[in-house]
Design a binder for this molecule. Structure first.
Ligand code: LMR
Length: 345
């Protein structure tokens, strides 16, 4: 009798245990299903720059589309970390998205050096033609094995020189200490005009200019305005000698592990935001140029075609120095796209 009772008890207990286990399992998978996917996205420029605008627009669109399901956390102006640290943090999966200047991938690959070759791209339209062509598109995936899956190129714009004196000719740059991004091509470019290059993070540049630790720098109008470099540079020469743009990259393990339908939609949103802000980037830079001019704090020098030619000639040797490392076919495709402004075949 007691034995039968105990057997019934065990069966009832087992039944209850199984039911509660099943309930907790289903509750657990519900919780998992509801868990918010967080995309941490630090970057170093001000919200008003092309990158700042694109990152914020991406955040907004994702919030509109996904509510609490997917959350993009944007940290502008180097609030969370500088670019160098963000490269490590992305590869280790501590953050999920970056838009770091193509110049700063120098320590990981030489192929992006093509974007730093001085005077290779006459304008953003030429850069677009190359990036949208097959070579530019293939390059997006070149660092996937190293922890960076490129999804898009984002523009900032063309670079100008700021200095403590008007730089009319390349010779005027002789002996000046120039801040540069982490790039060997930019180092060679500054040496080619007699400058002394110093690699430095963006956040340190204003103070370095102010205290005289460096004399000069190159950057886009939107960066020079938002970082207030124009306040501590007597002159800015509008050479448009180089391109500043970004690789919008994600951690491949994170990205490929997302539910397929979410990943597809995020990619679609990114594509739309990329197209919109890339189209607006030139306008954003021109607006910043206007504000720099209106400030009256610096002289803007616009070299004529003859003067520009002297800058081109002085910097030209840099191409031959870096072409073998970049890959001649890449440089060739870029040159072709730049001259014809159509996608390389
Ligand atoms: C710089 O360091 O000057 C740029 O890479 C900053 C940026 O992200 O535009």
């Amino acid at each position: 009798m007691t034995a039968t009772f105990n057997a019934h008890c065990r069966t009832a207990c087992l039944f209850l245990l199984t039911v509660s286990l099943l309930l907790s399992l289903s509750a657990c998978s519900d919780t998992e299903r509801e868990q918010t996917i967080v995309i941490r996205f630090p970057h170093v420029t001000a919200p008003a720059t092309p990158k700042g605008q694109a990152a914020e627009r991406f955040r907004q669109r994702v919030a509109e589309r996904f509510g609490d399901r997917v959350k993009v956390e944007v940290f502008p102006s180097g609030q969370l970390m500088n670019d160098d640290d963000s490269l490590d943090a992305l590869a280790f999966g501590e953050i999920q998205m970056i838009a770091v200047s193509l110049s700063k991938f120098d320590r990981l690959t030489q192929v992006f050096q093509v974007f730093d070759l001085p005077f290779l791209f006459p304008d953003i339209e030429a850069v677009e033609a190359f990036q949208h062509g097959p070579t530019g598109q293939e390059m997006l995936a070149v660092l996937e094995d190293r922890g960076f899956l490129g999804l898009a190129y984002w523009h900032n714009g063309m670079k100008q020189f700021g200095a403590p004196r008007p730089l009319l000719q390349p010779g005027d740059a002789a002996g000046l200490n120039f801040r540069i991004q982490e790039s060997d091509v930019l180092q060679a470019q500054m040496q080619a005009i007699g400058g002394i290059p110093q690699k430095m993070a963006l956040a340190e540049v204003y103070q370095a200019l102010q205290t005289g630790a460096i004399d000069a720098q190159e950057n886009t109008w939107s960066n020079m305005f938002s970082q207030k470099f124009y306040e501590v540079q007597a002159a800015i020469t509008e050479t448009n000698h180089g391109y500043l743009g970004y690789l919008l990259a994600v951690n491949p393990t994170f990205w490929n592990g997302l539910p397929g339908e979410i990943r597809d939609e995020l990619e679609l949103i990114l594509e739309q935001v990329t197209q919109e802000v890339n189209e607006e980037s030139e306008q954003i830079n021109q607006r910043a140029r206007g504000l720099v001019e209106d400030s009256g704090r610096t002289e803007i020098i616009t070299p004529g075609e003859q003067d520009l030619q002297t800058w081109r000639t002085a910097m030209q040797p840099v191409w031959a120095q870096f072409e073998p490392g970049i890959g001649p076919h890449i440089v060739q495709a870029a040159r072709q796209a730049a001259t014809s402004k159509t996608q390389d075949p």
